[in-house]
Ligand binder design. Structure first.
Ligand code: AMP
Ligand code: ZN
Length: 196
């Protein structure tokens, strides 16, 4: 039996069906316990694949199934596919392969650090299609160099929705909230001519 520690927390969450937003024979969708946006899900295989670095081309069908689950969970939120990023962290910290499905607003009290922001908004985030292309081309996923990871973590803070740049996370968070409030106020159901 595996020792449980912080890095195995996802497996603990996965093992309790109460946490399953969607479950199939192949994979499970759970809510991220520390969501970094309004909607943040994780899609995990039931098979014990520890990380992206254990993937082989023979896992491609499994990956497509996990991607389908991420599309399914986006439908459950009533949002559009385009409102979400779907991908993997280049340097994951938790055990068991997991696909992040995260809304692009990035409005959440759990988003606290530059590292959090940059882990989803620089090359530290590997879009699903890029990972699949990589796996097909190289037969495996290679680790990024430590120095490159550090540089990416320290990238200056840039808004993902406009050209705004800032030095502090609180500033960025205020700015992101403006985008969200604006998009929500523009969300009008024209069929009945009222806000939804
Ligand atoms: P990664 O950096 O890709 O390994 O991300 C791990 C993700 O798991 C983070 O977004 C965390 O917020 C999330 N997380 C950490 N512990 C748990 C847990 N016990 N259950 C669900 N999600 C978790
Ligand atoms: Zn902006």
């Amino acid at each position: 039996m595996k020792k449980s520690n912080w890095a195995t927390g996802l497996i603990t969450t996965l093992n309790d069906p109460i946490n399953h937003v969607i479950s199939t024979e192949i994979g499970v969708v759970i809510k991220d316990k520390y969501p970094k946006a309004k909607h943040h899900f994780l899609v995990l295989p039931k098979d014990d694949i520890p990380s992206i670095f254990h993937l082989k081309p023979s896992h491609l069908d499994l990956l497509y199934e996990l991607h389908l689950l991420s599309i399914n969970v986006i439908e459950v939120t009533n949002c559009q596919r385009d409102d979400f990023k779907i991908g993997f962290h280049a340097q994951p910290s938790m055990q068991r392969l997991h696909l992040h499905v995260i809304s692009k607003d990035f409005v959440s009290p759990c988003l606290k650090t530059k590292k959090h922001w940059n882990s989803f908004n620089t090359k530290l985030f590997v879009p699903f299609d890029d990972l699949v292309d990589n796996l097909k081309k190289n037969g495996r996923i290679e680790k990024m160099g430590i120095e490159y990871i550090k540089t990416l973590e320290l990238t200056e803070l840039k808004c993902n929705q406009c050209n705004y740049k800032t030095k502090t996370v609180p500033d960025l968070k205020k700015h992101l909230l403006n985008h969200l409030e604006k998009s929500e106020s523009e969300c009008i159901d024209y069929t009945v001519n009222k806000k939804i």
